[in-house]
Write a protein that binds this ligand. Structure first.
Ligand code: PLP
Length: 395
C-alpha cells in the first residue's frame, strides 16, 4: 500500500527542486561557442553574479560542483606550506580544509561544536595569538548543510579585523546564496564560493567563485595555481577562456533563467520567503520534539539556518524507517544525516525553489510517518506551521 505517485518530492539539501522554467530553458539545441548570443549570456552572468555575491570584485564560473569551486578558490590564492585556519561548525568547512591539506597546505582546525555556530571571540583570540601572521587564510561556511547551522559572517569578519590580522577571509556560500543576505564587499569577505544546485535552483554542475582585489593580488604569487582553475587565464578576452574550454551551455541557459527568476522575485522577497518557510519547519519540529524521540541539532534558535533544518534522532537505532516510509509510501525524499550525524539525524531542506505547499506537504508527510511508525512525538506540528504562516503571511 502506498500513496506515492507522480513526481517525487525532493526535500534534500541539494540538489534542490529545479523549477520547470529552468528545465525548459535547457531544452534546446547546442549553439555556437564562437559568436552569437552565448557570449552575451556569459558576460551577463559574470556581471549578475556580482549582484548575487554583492561585490565589485571578479567572478568566475566553473564547469564543476561545489568541491570544484572549493579547489578553485584554494589554488588561486595559496601556496604550498601556507597555514590555513578552518572554523569548524559541522562538516563542510572541515571538508574544505581537508582539500587544502591534500593540496599541501598546513591546516589547523579551530575546533567547534556540531551543535553551535562558530564563536567570533574564539576566532579573535586565536588570531591575536598568531603574532607572526603565519595564518594566510581563514575558511568558514555561511550555512553548514550537515549541522544546519548559520554562522554570523559579519561578526567573524569583525573579529578578524579586531585582531588586526591580514589573513584572507574565505567563505563557502554553497548552501546559503540566494536564501539569506550575503554582502561580500560590505562584510570584508575576500573570496566567496558557491554552487548552482542549492539556493540558486539550477541543476548541479556549475561552481562559482568571487574574489576581491586583495585576493586577486595574492593570486599573482600563489604557487598552487593550476591551468584549469587559473583566474589569470579566465580574465582573458576570448570567450572560451571564461570556461577554459567548451562552455557548459545548457547549464548556462539554466542559470540565466534561474537568476532572472530570482531578480524578478527580488532578493529581499526571496530571503523573506525562506525565513517564513524555515520558521514554519521549526515550529513543526518544536512540537514533534515534545515526544523526546527527536530534537533540533542546533541548540540556539538564532543559529538555525533558513535553508535546511537538521533534526537529531534520539530514538531507537536510526531514522531510516522514517525516511523509508516518507519515500516509499508518500513520495517525499528527506535528507539523511551526514558526517558525525550519519544515522543519527535527518534533514529537511527548505531552500531554493520552495513554496508553502511544498513545505507543508513535506511536514505533513513527516508527521504522517511519525504517527504510522508509532514514534513518540508531539501532535500538531503541521498545525503549528500553519499557525505561524497564517499569522505572518498577511492578506
Ligand atoms: C553541498 C555543499 C558543498 C559541496 O557541494 P558539491 O556540489 O556537492 O560539491 C559545499 N559546501 C556546502 C556548505 C554545501 O552545502
Amino acid at each position: 500500500m502506498s500513496v506515492a505517485a507522480g513526481r517525487e518530492f525532493l526535500s534534500i539539501p541539494g540538489p534542490t527542486t529545479v523549477p520547470d522554467e529552468v528545465l525548459r530553458a535547457m531544452h534546446r539545441p547546442a549553439v555556437d561557442i564562437y559568436s552569437g548570443g552565448l557570449i552575451d549570456v556569459t558576460m551577463g552572468l559574470l556581471a549578475d553574479l556580482k549582484r548575487v555575491f554583492r561585490t565589485n570584485g571578479h567572478t568566475y564560473i566553473y564547469a564543476a560542483n561545489g568541491h570544484g569551486a572549493w579547489e578553485a578558490a584554494l589554488c588561486n590564492v595559496l601556496s604550498r606550506g601556507d597555514k590555513v585556519l578552518v572554523l569548524e561548525s559541522g562538516r563542510f568547512a572541515v571538508g574544505w580544509g581537508e582539500m587544502a591539506t591534500a593540496l599541501g597546505c598546513d591546516v589547523e582546525v579551530l575546533q567547534g561544536d556540531w551543535r553551535r555556530a562558530v564563536q567570533p571571540d574564539a576566532v579573535e583570540e586565536r588570531l591575536r595569538a598568531d603574532k607572526s601572521h603565519s595564518i594566510k587564510a581563514i575558511l568558514v561556511v555561511q550555512v553548514d548543510t550537515a549541522s544546519g547551522v548559520v554562522n554570523d559572517i559579519p561578526a567573524i569578519s569583525k573579529a578578524i579585523r579586531a585582531a588586526g590580522h591580514p589573513a584572507l577571509f574565505m567563505v563557502d556560500t554553497v548552501a546559503s546564496l540566494g536564501t539569506m543576505p550575503f554582502e561580500m564587499d560590505a562584510w570584508g569577505v575576500d573570496v566567496a564560493v558557491s554552487g548552482s544546485q542549492k539556493g540558486l535552483m539550477t541543476p548541479p554542475g556549475l561552481g562559482f567563485v568571487a574574489a576581491n582585489e586583495r585576493a586577486f593580488e595574492r593570486h599573482k604569487t600563489a604557487d598552487l595555481n593550476t591551468p584549469y582553475w587559473d583566474w589569470g587565464f579566465r580574465e582573458g578576452e576570448e570567450h572560451y577562456q571564461k570556461y577554459c574550454g567548451t562552455p557548459p551551455e545548457h547549464l548556462i541557459f539554466a542559470l540565466r533563467q534561474a537568476l532572472d527568476m530570482l531578480f524578478a522575485e527580488g532578493f529581499e522577497a526571496a530571503f523573506e520567503r525562506h525565513r517564513l518557510l524555515a520558521e514554519a519547519v521549526r515550529r513543526a519540529v518544536a512540537v514533534w520534539s515534545e515526544g523526546q524521540a527527536l530534537t533540533f541539532n542546533i541548540t540556539a534558535p538564532e543559529e538555525r539556518a533558513n535553508s535546511v533544518t537538521t533534526v537529531r534522532w534520539q530514538y531507537e537505532s536510526s531514522p531510516q524507517p522514517l525516511l523509508d516510509y516518507a519515500r516509499e509510501k508518500c513520495g517525499v525524499v528527506l535528507g539523511v544525516g551526514i558526517g558525525a550525524l550519519s544515522g543519527r539525524a535527518f534533514r529537511i531542506a527548505h531552500m531554493g525553489h520552495v513554496n508553502a505547499p511544498m513545505v507543508l506537504g513535506t511536514l505533513s508527510v513527516v508527521e504522517t510517518a511519525l504517527a504510522a511508525l508509532k514514534i513518540p512525538h508531539g501532535r500538531g506540528g503541521v498545525q503549528a506551521a500553519i499557525d505561524w504562516l497564517s499569522e505572518n503571511v498577511r492578506p
